[in-house]
Design a protein around this ligand. Structure first.
Ligand code: NDP
Length: 330
């Protein structure tokens, strides 16, 4: 095993978090039960906020960033895991309160680990990453609610060309739903159509404040944008429909009224991936394994080295990343 290895750490710089590449040893890592040799991590919006310093994600410093990882168990003091096991971690406070995936090695608590799903390689599992697994949680939330129907009223996906949006389109389309993509990047339409979107809406059309109740159009929606966009989506959802909300790429506020909820029985389903219970995670990964075509996954993702992270972080926060970026940490 190597003596020292590279990690991207958030460190304190004059009272503010700043990203720096540091050489670490195994002795520097937290004293958790399972040592994992990390192969791949990824770049999610939250990683972009953390590494660019645009959001205060790390709640203590220094902190190894990266909310996702895929790797191989090297040592384990837990009966649940043995050397050679291939594992993934999504969330569980990595990069916030616990050291994360932008490191060649990491020590982790046993219950954060999940077995690498059989349908995916480690690189593919990180092409899915938290963004893709959150998209699956959103689709599950809508399907469990039970009011979207294959071939029925359109299902809207906002933030369509992003990581959550791209994966949501692929999952919904594979489920037989009619998918409309809301994007601010018209140049991505061919890409989104390739994933299964059959209709398009301009991002700007949803960004302006609209009426409390608008023309009913969406049977359901996956929203990663929040703010006025989410308020408009709720106001345009059909009687009895549901909207799964997971993101805030357009803002944290929600300038809405109760009208769609109390007059049209529209449901707002909140989706969190970080602390989702393992049983829910298993269902989400099972859905991904069944519905996500590997050709679609390949078109969604690209792989970059650890050294590219500062630039990629700035790009994702500025809305310039299409689909997903995998990080090869070696
Ligand atoms: P991406 O940056 O990959 O995608 C976000 C997309 O939102 C962009 O591609 C863009 O889509 C659109 N967008 C960006 N800025 C704006 C804006 N100002 N107004 C309207 N639309 C905008 O991020 P992810 O897909 O990784 O994450 C999306 C959101 O979901 C983030 O807010 C993230 O924090 C959240 N999230 C939440 C999770 C949870 O557990 N609840 C887990 C994972 C993500 P386009 O170019 O097509 O318009």
């Amino acid at each position: 095993m190597t003596d020292t290895f590279r990690a991207l750490m958030m460190v304190d710089h004059e009272g503010k978090p700043r990203a720096e590449f540091r050489q670490l040893t195994l002795a520097d890592l937290p004293d958790h039960e399972v040592l994992v040799e990390v192969a791949y991590s990824t770049v999610n919006y939250k990683d972009g906020l953390a590494v660019s310093g645009k959001g205060r994600i790390a709640r203590r410093l220094p902190m190894v960033a990266g909310i996702d990882l895929a790797g191989t168990v090297v040592e384990s003091r837990s009966p649940d895991w043995a050397p050679g096991d291939k594992v993934i971690v999504n969330g569980w406070g990595l990069s916030e309160t616990e050291w994360g995936g932008y490191s060649r090695f990491q020590r982790l608590k046993p219950h954060w680990l999940a077995r690498l799903p059989g349908a995916f390689s480690m690189e593919q599992a990180m092409a899915v990453g938290t963004a893709g697994y959150t998209a699956a949680l959103c689709v599950l939330a809508l399907e469990d609610w039970g009011t979207i129907t294959p071939g029925g009223a359109e299902v809207l996906v906002t933030g369509a060309a992003g990581g959550v949006g791209s994966t949501a389109i692929a999952l919904l389309s594979a489920g037989g739903y009619r998918v409309t993509a809301a994007t601010g990047r018209p140049e991505t339409q061919d890409y989104l159509a390739g994933l299964g979107a059959t209709n398009f809406v301009e991002r700007a059309a949803l960004a302006e404040k609209g009426g409390a109740l608008q023309k009913e159009r969406w049977g359901g929606a996956v929203d990663s944008v929040g703010s006025t966009t989410l308020a408009n989506v709720l106001a345009q959802t059909v009687y009895g429909g549901a909207v799964a909300a997971c993101g805030l790429a357009g803002g944290m506020d929600l300038p809405a009224t109760v009208a769609p909820h109390i007059l049209r029985s529209v449901a707002l389903l909140g989706v969190d991936s970080v602390m989702a219970p393992q049983a829910r995670r298993d269902r989400a990964w099972d859905l991904l394994a069944r519905r996500l075509d590997t050709a679609h996954l390949a078109s969604i993702a690209r792989t970059e080295p650890l050294s590219a992270l500062p630039e990629l972080a700035a790009d994702i926060v500025a809305g310039r990343i299409r689909g997903r970026v995998v990080i090869d940490v070696n």
